[in-house]
Design a protein around this ligand. Structure first.
Ligand SMILES: Cc1cc2nc3c(=O)[nH]c(=O)nc-3n(C[C@H](O)[C@H](O)[C@H](O)COP(=O)(O)OP(=O)(O)OC[C@H]3O[C@@H](n4cnc5c(N)ncnc54)[C@H](O)[C@@H]3O)c2cc1C
Length: 446
């Protein structure tokens, strides 16, 4: 093929679409290739898209009657579970009703498709209305290199050439490995598997049950018995007339503790989670309309490739393992959007100077380091590690619920002081020393 693009983007997830939108607005000629039937067809996410960066791509997106998003978050809850109880920290705020929202819940097959539509609109308004493309249903199998420089891609028998390639292929980053930027073996303790169901309700039932008003929504994260002793956590998010409910489970822990005869496969654990009294009551009467599973990065910095660039090539989004999960929220989609924008901006500058050398491409990683993404990843690594400590996802939730049961029980006997109850809970589930260590680690990491 003679035609040459300024850039080829591999992957039509949020990172790839953010890069494409940026290139279209800056009048570059690009080809975005997505292996799914449409953008979003293969994507899974809890998922709340946190922060304001969506408005960088689609300004005033909240004004669209039926945009790609489901609900905005104004109610957050973190719940600790043991076998039969739940103890929650609950926060709802009027301030979160204001735009730009602090987060919006999305269903990826709908959201990515909507965003791809917005990219198509931007292409139509660009100088390359007839020459830039979003091309679904094509699997990129190889990055074409000339020496150390990426010059295009191969899909089946077809070869497409470009000055630059942006890899936005997501966590299963086979091409990033192929060009040698990621080790071919990624340790299992750096990866989790996500399993998720979408459960449909009558919209009124859902809104009454979760105190939703208009398009307000709720996010609930779970720690403890949700994962039956496997590293990870649970989530529940309200969509317009459905709930997204699921778990993320450490692959290494699953392999070691979750053999089928122990009834600890991801699906068994999700079923148990749904049967927990704290959950069962909230999903009663709903109908499961979708089931999906996907790998997700742990957010451990050690799994981020040291270099995210080569001459003519940049890696962004979860292909670069950019993700944060320090207990408060999973942030992957916002990181994907911001890194996609930064990658595309770098390509625009490279094009202006006609310089796609490795030295020029490095500027992307420098920008990433200066952005909130790497600042947060660097600042909260200790919190990420702490969250993956069995003390956090086993003993602490048990201890908190043990204490809760004592504290909230009213018996017609003399009531003990709360500190005595706490002492008993600690004795039952952990040691003071473990808690002291946790407190020090917590103070340092948060
Ligand atoms: C269960 C679960 C819950 C999550 N919850 C949240 C959440 O609440 N909030 C949040 O921010 N993040 C969440 N995440 C993480 C988030 O989904 C990811 O970080 C985000 O999707 C990364 O975006 P991306 O564009 O980099 O990759 P992806 O969204 O994975 O997109 C990659 C795209 O590339 C395509 N592709 C891959 N290889 C090729 C190829 N060779 N040729 C052509 N196309 C290719 C894929 O089909 C896909 O469309 C969750 C993840 C999971 C699994």
């Amino acid at each position: 093929m003679d035609e040459k693009f300024d850039c080829i983007i591999v992957g039509g997830g949020v990172a790839g679409l953010a890069a494409a939108m940026t290139l279209a607005r800056k009048n570059l000629k690009f080809l975005l290739i997505e292996k799914g039937e449409f953008a979003g067809a293969k994507n899974v996410s809890g998922g709340v898209l946190w922060g304001e960066d969506l408005a960088k791509l689609v300004p005033d997106y909240w004004e669209e009657e039926d945009g790609g998003w489901e609900r905005f978050i104004n109610h957050r809850r973190l719940t600790f579970l043991d076998e039969g109880s739940s103890f929650s920290v609950d926060f709802k705020s009027q301030h979160f009703n204001e735009t730009p929202y602090t987060g919006v819940v999305v269903l990826r097959s709908k959201f990515d498709r909507w965003l791809a539509g917005k990219v198509e609109e931007a292409i139509a308004e660009s100088d390359y209305a007839m020459d830039s493309f979003v091309a679904p249903n094509i699997l990129v199998e190889e990055i074409l290199m000339e020496g150390d420089k990426a010059v295009g891609i191969r899909a089946g028998e077809e070869k497409f050439y470009a000055d630059s390639v942006i890899l936005a292929e997501g966590v299963n980053n086979l091409l990033t490995r192929q060009v040698g930027l990621q080790d071919s073996y990624v340790p299992a303790d750096h990866m989790l598997t996500g399993v998720k169901e979408v459960i449909r309700f009558d919209q009124k039932v859902l809104e009454d049950r979760f105190q939703l008003n208009g398009l307000s929504g709720m996010s609930n994260e779970f720690v403890g018995y949700a994962t039956r002793g496997i590293e990870g956590g649970g989530f529940l998010y309200t969509n317009r007339d459905t709930l997204s409910i699921g778990l993320v489970l450490g692959l290494k822990d699953l392999r070691e503790k979750g053999s089928p005869d122990k009834k600890l496969t991801p699906y068994d654990i999700l079923n148990d989670f749904k049967n927990h009294p704290a959950i069962a009551d909230t999903i009663r009467g709903g109908e499961v309309v979708e089931y999906s599973a996907h790998i997700v990065s742990s957010g451990d910095k050690r799994v981020i490739p040291e270099k995210l660039y080569k001459a003519g090539l940049l890696v962004c989004g979860e292909a670069a393992n950019l993700l944060m999960n320090a207990g408060k929220a999973i942030q992957g989609m916002d990181y994907a959007i911001r890194s996609g924008i930064l990658a595309a901006e770098n390509i625009v500058q490279a094009k202006e100077k006609n310089d796609f050398s490795e030295a020029r491409m490095k500027a992307y990683q420098d920008e990433l380091e200066k952005s909130y993404i790497m600042k947060d990843i660097n600042n909260f690594q200790d919190a990420v590690h702490m969250l993956h400590d069995p003390l956090m996802y086993q003993k602490v939730p048990n201890l908190i619920n043990h204490f809760g049961r004592q504290f909230f029980s009213i018996s017609n006997r003399p009531t003990r002081k709360a500190r005595e109850m706490m002492r008993e809970s600690v004795k039952e589930h952990a040691s003071w020393w473990e808690l002291v260590k946790l407190g020090i680690k917590g103070a340092r990491s948060l």
